[in-house]
Design a protein around this ligand. Sequence first.
Ligand SMILES: O=C(O)CCC(=O)C(=O)O
Length: 287
Amino acid sequence: MKARGRGAWGPATKLGLPAVFLSCIVFFLAGFFGSMLLSQDISSVRTRPSLLESVDEETGYNPMAHGETGETSVVSIPFQVLSWKPRALLFPKFATVEQCQGIIKMAKSKLSPSTLALRKGETMENTKGIRTSSGTFISASEDKSGILDIIEHKIARVTMIPRSHGEAFNILRYEIGQRYNSHYDAFDPAEYGPQKSQRVASFLLYLSDVKEGGETMFPFENGFMDFNYDYKECIGLKVKPRQGDGLLFYSLFPNGTTDLTSLHGSCPVIEGEKWVATKWIRNQEET
Ligand SMILES: O=C(O)CCC(=O)C(=O)O
């Protein structure tokens, strides 16, 4: 048994020193290349901070490679979801105080009584009192100060609907007691006749604070649809105008049908004055 045991070591013993030498070399080379690979790994970890150097110090975000029409930086535009029924978002401080004042200044001398799109059978006479504000339409291209251009661009970015789909800004002033009864911004062809395009969304930029009243109301918010609802009644979700804030809501569902919870209006101003710039956004380009 002993001899057999020894015999098991026989070939190694026979190989002798050269084999030991060879295995030393193999182990040395393995150790050498292994440590090189490891040091490469560490150095690649070390290169990461150089990638991080491109992080925008202000936002802390690392911008991605972008397409031809994309932007070079990551921006932060805060918003609050106010409701899912209808889909309504508030963008606090969307515009600066100076921008709001500039828009009021350019509109002030151009105001005339606001008008309504009339349903079949309606007249100016029998719709009196529904919308009592005054207003004017100004497009971004007409505004030499460039304020409306900046605002329109920003609205297009938050909605991702191109500027070419927007109507001119409707700048409105509500004085004490003035209001806009609840209505839809989308036009039902059964009531208004055939439509070339449809209003998908509305963006309201509040240009002033209002001491009391003047809220934008959504009486059917969350689906509480009372079909005996009096369209003058100021109920439901009420958004208080705050200078510079933007309110975006969608009148159509993604499938193109009207969201009945998007019914909205302006409560009467009780104290102060309300200024707002409305941008209606359509599902087709405006010609
Ligand atoms: O003034 C508001 O708050 C609402 C305005 C509005 O409903 C509209 O312009 O369609």
